[in-house]
Design a protein around this ligand. Structure first.
Ligand SMILES: [Zn+2]
Length: 198
């Protein structure tokens, strides 16, 4: 397989920022994976269609953005069933699951198994939610950009975000893809054989 890195985007889709992220990915010749919040996906089906047309993949983040440590297993199972049903109506059948804040519990594992989902984490975190400048984010992750790296960023504002928009995330996509290319890495979506487990 060609050496590759995956850019991942959580907490979208967002009607303002996701199109800008998609434009930046197009311009960089990069394909990515989006871990969506299901009600947001249901509200913006055209953005999901655009993701698919461009060769990106759409996977599960959550229905309600709640830490798994704050949910009983039956509550987590119900959240997942609701999210998967919403996504199924959009023709999306996730194989991968990134939990809110990346926090997983034994219940996460059980629910994942029940739905044929694989929990995935990340190997490099831009911490873009904090509003860092693009250069700062690039420095944060540059040492970790290698074959198999999974980079965490956000195309929407989640409950923990301390910024008002995703412009800096949009701005860092081109430089990130260029850095990957310098290292002989393509930007490709995560596959269900993904290795970045929690
Ligand atoms: Zn999130």
């Amino acid at each position: 397989m060609t050496p590759a890195v995956t850019l991942t985007f959580d907490d979208g889709p967002d009607p303002v920022w996701t199109p800008a992220v998609l434009d930046a990915l197009d311009a960089a010749g990069a394909r990515a994976t989006f871990f969506v919040i299901a009600p947001r996906a249901a509200a913006h089906p055209a953005l999901l269609e655009r993701m698919h047309r461009a060769g990106h993949t759409v996977e599960l983040h959550c229905d309600r953005h709640v830490r798994h440590t704050e949910l009983r297993e039956d509550q987590l199972a119900a959240d997942t069933v609701t999210a998967l049903a919403r996504l199924d109506e959009l023709g999306v059948r996730p194989r991968l699951w990134r939990a809110p804040w990346g926090i997983t519990t034994p219940a996460s594992e059980a629910v994942a198994r029940a739905h044929g989902l694989r929990l995935v984490h990340w190997t490099a975190d831009t911490e873009d939610w904090a509003g860092h400048a693009p250069d700062t984010m690039l420095r944060r992750v540059e040492d970790a950009i290698c074959d198999g790296a999974v980079v965490l960023a956000h195309d929407g504002l989640g409950p923990g975000a301390t910024r008002t928009g995703c412009a800096n995330t949009v701005a860092v996509i081109g430089p990130l893809a260029a850095l990957a290319a310098d290292r002989g890495l393509r930007c490709e979506p995560l596959t269900s054989g993904a290795v970045a487990t929690p």
